[in-house]
Design a protein around this ligand. Structure first.
Ligand code: NOJ
Length: 571
């Protein structure tokens, strides 16, 4: 008797010759302080995540990635880590993390956590020790301390600026200066120091031993630095090519660090995974994504692209080619905790560069406006429609898809945050010039009412707007046309349809329509334009559309409506 096995329906590691789980996984990013609050203190926590384990499993994802949950003074949303091997007491305990890992693993979900190696918090024991020990001490060697410039060293060593604005140097009580590429409270580590290297290996082992499946590596391209004197000025720095020898960025020698980490990852069964957050020129991405280095790297091209067929096609083709060069799989991202949500980006696209009164609207990233009048210009419905279409396009691509909490609800950026309640250092360091990232970090709405829409009993640490009610999980679960319903259907189908990591473009006679097929015949058609596009002759059955209409209705109309994506079954 012959038994036929439908390999596509088996868990990925069930067959020895199937690819590792991460290659085409859907990874859902949780920003723990804003996901769910079990203890009612207004901050999301680990037991909150645990309480929503069924929600995560029912969504149909393969893995979660947790932004930092370590002890932190929250100068940068937790990316200022005071202790890499512990849990912020406001978020829980190590035992809670163990329980969460068990609950997620029991539901077949992998867990990826964030490692922040470029800098510690200024509350880290090493930095406190460095301050106390004074200039010339061994403790200061773990960081980047320098004497100032000018006659009495009262000027910073260089005129470099930090990513969040202002000088990249801070003077300490005894007159020395330390380097911080990000917030003042995030002193950069000295990666030439063997103790720094050894300590991160210990951290990776600590979490791997507890059962964590992989790591997301924060600013993976900035760890190693050449700070030999004389230090270049900002203008000189800007003129140095970033080709592997730049003093601060994307140095080739950073891969020596990752080669050591690779030995750690591969000493586990299954090997632990890693994905680099490396903002580097695309031809340098394969170095991070190679199996000798971190194994996978984020591709942020779609995150900064317009909702535009030409841009999307070029990005996809280019990144599949890059993935082939490293042997890794592609990664695709439309939203994360650092950028305006994609529904909002796509809803602001037609804004004028200059206001009627001649003022340049305040923008950040792909455009953001804050006053009541400015908000009125946001095309909420159109933004969400385009976001749904872009998401279904992305979920059809070969490789792994990274989703950000709340995008499955079609959430827009929250603009209504008063200045005195903002948290992002970007807002303060740029003297309110840039609003920063708080608007995508507002606690999730779970219910249609209640003081924090079901986030927790103690309110929310960033204010939630009234319109969250209609975008809550409860509201969307009850609506078959909601964005949540679309994500659930898409993710379930994606599991069944997933196939080899290839894609073939199918010609369309329109520059604003993209059509591609996967090796098993699964097809994706996205109409970026405003005119309906007739479905191709002999196309397979319509499986799903991004429009809030069911697939049968779409099939009967025979068109891909404006700004919509349709998935077609193998013909
Ligand atoms: C990148 C993280 O995604 C961002 O949130 C953080 O502010 C910087 N790295 C600094 O750690």
């Amino acid at each position: 008797m012959t038994v036929s096995i439908d390999a596509a329906r088996l868990p990925l590691d069930a067959l020895a010759d199937t690819p590792p789980w991460w290659r085409q996984a859907t990874v859902y990013q949780i920003y723990p302080r804003s996901f769910a609050d079990a203890d009612g203190d207004g901050l999301g926590d680990i037991r909150g995540i645990l309480s929503r384990a069924d929600y995560l499993a029912e969504l149909g994802i393969d893995a979660v990635w947790l932004s930092p949950f370590y002890p932190s003074e929250l100068a940068d949303g937790g990316y200022d880590v005071a202790d890499y091997r512990d849990v912020d007491p406001r978020l829980g305990t190590l035992a809670d993390v163990d329980d969460m890992l068990a609950a997620l693993h029991a539901r077949g979900l992998k867990v990826v956590i964030d490692i922040v190696p470029n800098h510690t918090s200024d509350q880290h024991a090493w930095f406190r020790e460095a301050l106390a020990a004074g200039r010339g001490s061994a403790a200061r060697e773990r960081y980047i301390f320098r004497e100032g410039s000018g006659p009495d060293g009262a000027e910073p060593p260089t005129d470099w600026t930090a990513a969040f604005g202002g000088s990249a140097w801070v003077r300490v009580a005894d007159g020395q200066w330390y380097l911080h590429s990000f917030a003042i409270e995030q002193p950069d580590l000295n990666w030439a120091h063997p103790e720094v290297r050894a300590d991160f290996v210990r951290t990776l082992r600590f979490w791997s031993d507890r059962g964590v499946d992989g790591f997301r590596i924060d600013v993976a391209h900035m760890l190693t630095k050449d700070l030999s004197e004389p230090l270049p000025s900002a203008a000189e720095l800007a003129a140095i090519p970033v080709d592997g020898n730049h003093p601060l960025l994307d140095r080739d020698d950073v891969h020596e660090v990752y080669a050591q980490w690779r030995e750690v990852f591969d000493s586990y069964d299954p090997p632990r995974t890693a994905v680099a957050e490396a903002w580097v020129a695309s031809d340098r991405v394969p170095k991070y994504a190679s199996p000798e280095s971190l194994g996978q790297s984020f591709n942020f091209d779609l995150l900064v692209a317009d909702f535009d067929a030409g841009q999307f096609r070029a990005i996809v083709t280019h990144n599949i080619d890059l993935a082939a060069r490293s042997g890794s799989s592609s990664t695709w991202v439309l939203s994360n905790h650092d950028v305006f949500r994609h529904a909002t980006r796509y809803g602001l696209r037609d804004l004028p560069a200059v206001d009627e009164d001649g003022a340049v609207p305040r923008r950040h990233g792909a455009g953001w406006l804050e006053s009541g009048a400015d908000q009125a210009r946001l095309d909420r419905v159109g933004g969400e429609r385009r976001a749904r279409a872009a998401t279904l396009f992305l979920l059809g691509l070969p490789g792994s898809a990274y989703l950000y909490q709340g995008e499955e609800l079609g959430l827009h950026e929250v603009a209504e945050i008063p200045g005195d309640q903002r948290q992002d250092p970007t807002y303060f360091r740029t003297h309110q010039e840039q609003y920063g990232r708080d608007g995508c970090r507002v606690p999730l709405p779970w219910t249609t009412e209640g003081p924090s829409f079901g986030f927790g009993d103690g309110g929310a640490h960033l204010p939630q707007p009234a319109w969250f009610a209609g975008h809550s999980v409860a509201a969307e679960e009850a609506d078959p046309d909601s964005t949540l319903s679309m994500y659930r259907r898409a993710l379930a189908l994606r599991h069944d349809l997933q196939t080899a990591e290839e894609l073939v473009w199918i010609d369309t006679d329109r520059a604003d329509v993209l059509h591609f097929a996967r090796p098993n015949g699964w097809q994706v058609v996205t109409n970026f334009g405003t005119e309906p596009y007739p479905l191709p002759e002999g196309a397979g059955a319509v499986l799903l559309t991004s429009a809030p209409v069911d697939a049968d209705a779409a099939a009967s109309t025979g068109v891909v409506a404006a700004e919509q994506t349709v998935w077609l079954a193998p013909a």
